[in-house]
Design a protein. Sequence first.
Length: 432
Amino acid sequence: MRRANESTRLGVRPSNALLVRGARQIVTMRGPVRARRGAEMSQTGIVTGAAMLVENGRITQVGPASRIENLTQAKRAVEVDASGCVVVPGLVDCHTHLLFPAPRLQDYEKRIGGATYEEIAASGGGILSTVRAVRCSTAAGLEAAAARSLELMASHGTLLAEAKSGYGLETGLELRLLRALHRVSGPAEVVPTCLGAHAIPPEWKQDPDGYLAGVCAELLPEVARHKLAEFADIYCDSAAFSAEQSARYFDAATRLGFGLKIHASQFSSIGAVELAVTWGAVSADHLEAIEEADAELLARSGTIAVLLPASVLHLGLNRYAPARKLIDLGAAVALATDFNPGSSPTPSLPLVMSLACAQMRMSPAEAMTAVTVNAAAALRRAESAGMLESGRAADFCIFNVQDYREIPYYLGANLLRTAYRAGGPVFHQGGM
Ligand SMILES: [Zn+2]
């Protein structure tokens, strides 16, 4: 999905070399190339008085400006003036449902009017209303919807995004969603996840085991055969699939080579965290209702805790996941938007960072780690995304701030100035 030369496509002067200079800070995130846990999450690898040289789409130098600016290649490079700004790695959104055909405005107004999740679902809204919209969409329409979401996300700094299926809930439509995610051409790279077990479709309401058996025997093998997703995810909660059903799904997914993810302890704690740890899931996501013993279990495991505070905010709830406790226990925590049309219609990781700091008592450094290197690790991309280091693709954002801590501090402001992917500009505030 990565294009060779973004700058040509966008009509910007192509160049083999860029020199990023003048930044107040370059937040490199240098350190271990894996999810950082506990106290490691405070290490941001900030360099001041630095410059960054990019050649053929890759970073070749990050370090003191005095040295880099004197290199012969730097003298020939096109200059990117980052004066007074902060440079950070392209942000990574590791949990989204970005492919949806339309917003759910009726649900939004009903919820404001006091309707519960269950009441909205009973009146024809909720996940199943998006499923109906997907069932009426063409392949081209779905691709356009995904592209629109990616543009929005990139305009807030996201250059690598996970994207789940889960609004088809039958084999043909789930495959259509995943194919659209493969074909979509947008400013951010997409990592697709099969979420065939997102909800129990109405026609299977009396036989959820039967539905799940079909997902395991038909959908997952097809997805694996066509290499349409890297991860398999399931929604394990009292209103969706049980831990026992989730174990069956994990078994099938593991045999087919998928990485495992799970929607765990969002509303109720029914064994999802233990399951994630037992099966070595890459991540357990949500965790608003996680219990103490599960938090300890998770902190000792290799499973990354992916927290989604924007859904708590948008649903008007007040129970956030215990980020502080998880980090203090030594867990690896990542943050994501959960971008979706029902519970979290935000494409903004900076907003999620603000919530993490103000509502979950994460420090700005921990929040930055959680949307870069840890989010990349939650997508098994720690070796290619989330850090600014020699040899890596030049995916970076220039924020119009003097200190990276202003990114979460200015709640609700979009301070992104420019985003570059593989050395080519993909977003510029005010237009390209
Ligand atoms: Zn989700």
